[in-house]
Design a protein around this ligand. Structure first.
Ligand SMILES: Nc1ncnc2c1ncn2[C@@H]1O[C@H](COP(=O)(O)OP(=O)(O)OP(=O)(O)O)[C@@H](O)[C@H]1O
Ligand SMILES: [Mg+2]
Length: 304
């Protein structure tokens, strides 16, 4: 299948509002292989939506490189950008009302994308649209308008609409933000099914802790940079039961930079200077002298 990789390297996005500069992304790295499904988490204001806007071709990075399915998002101009949005990416927003046209039924919303994107041949559109709604468990609302659907049904239809142009990548910004726990789990499950069956590279921004059940990789951003990644595996134990294990890793960028977890920093009162020691199989980080206390003492400390 065609390449659907997402590659970001050192992505910077600076907004200037009323003379004040906000560094929303500060050198973010992210690599996703074709067909991978990743959850993107992080505190409010950490830059998640900014990243999705860039990947969706709606916004441009201030610096760094970003590409999706072979399209360079930093150099792309008008017509190519429009083509990219029409044919290569699908997008789902948190507000279900923003995803669908209120006066059209689910089936008509999907058809609308077909008309605009013109990716799926005319003769295949009807069957393809119904197949998508079926795959997402939204077949029973095919003839209903958004106002006649539940929140979960609206988001399932929204995902079908996002996939109608047969995109290489699906981007979803808090698609379950307005849903209760049970419905969220169902919608995330539907996304997992789509990802598995269609091989669409899927990036989901979420605050929903249960997303970990549905993805093998969770990327956390902090202050506009990827700080940690959690990888999950399902393995079989000695008794033949399947066990799910998770391991969290800090992310090291090309320049050798990484972020220490905030609770580690506060537990040892790490500030300004830390002492690094190379051990045979790990690196030790120990509190150093605080510059604010006494620079001379620090120099003495180093000599002893
Ligand atoms: N158009 C804009 N103009 C100015 N500042 C912006 C703009 N868009 C985002 N920001 C700022 O950039 C930072 C990152 O915002 P972003 O919306 O990406 O965060 P987020 O991680 O999606 O947060 P949330 O979880 O609340 O949705 C914030 O400080 C925000 O105020
Ligand atoms: Mg956001």
């Amino acid at each position: 299948m065609a390449d659907g990789a997402i590659l970001c390297e050192g992505v910077v996005r600076i907004f200037t509002a009323q003379g004040v500069e906000v560094q929303a992304l500060q050198g973010l790295d992210l690599r996703m292989t074709t067909g991978e499904m990743v959850a993107l988490v992080g505190a409010s204001g950490s830059g998640k939506s900014t990243l999705l806007g860039i990947l969706a071709g709606l916004d441009r990075p201030t610096a760094g490189s970003a590409s999706v399915a072979g399209h360079d998002l930093t150099t792309m101009r008008g017509a190519e950008r429009l083509e990219y949005r029409r044919r290569s990416v699908g997008f789902v927003w948190q507000q279900s009302a923003r995803n669908l046209l209120p006066y059209l039924t689910a089936r008509e919303n999907v058809r609308m994308v077909h008309e605009v994107a013109r990716v799926v041949p005319r003769s295949e559109r009807e069957a393809y649209g119904d197949e998508l709604l079926e795959l997402l468990g939204a077949a029973e609302v095919a003839g209903k308008r958004p106002a006649e659907m539940s929140g979960g049904q609206r988001q399932r239809v929204a995902i079908a609409v996002a996939l109608a142009n047969r995109p290489r990548a699906l981007l979803a910004d808090e698609p379950t933000g307005e849903l209760d726990e049970q419905t969220s789990a169902e919608v995330l499950g539907a996304m997992e099914t789509v990802n598995r069956e269609r091989g669409v590279t899927t990036l989901i921004v979420t605050h929903d802790a249960s997303v970990t059940e549905h993805v093998e990789r969770t990327v956390r951003i902090r202050d506009g940079r990827t700080s940690t990644e959690t990888l999950r595996r399902t393995s079989t134990d000695d008794d033949g039961r399947s066990v799910r294990t998770a391991q969290e890793y800090a992310v090291l960028d090309r320049a050798g930079r990484m972020q220490l977890p905030a609770d580690f920093v506060s537990a040892l009162d790490l500030r300004e200077r830390v002492r690094l020691t190379l051990e045979p199989d790990h690196v030790r980080v120990a509190p150093g002298q605080h510059a604010s206390r006494n620079d001379a003492r620090d120099a003495n400390g180093d000599a002893s």
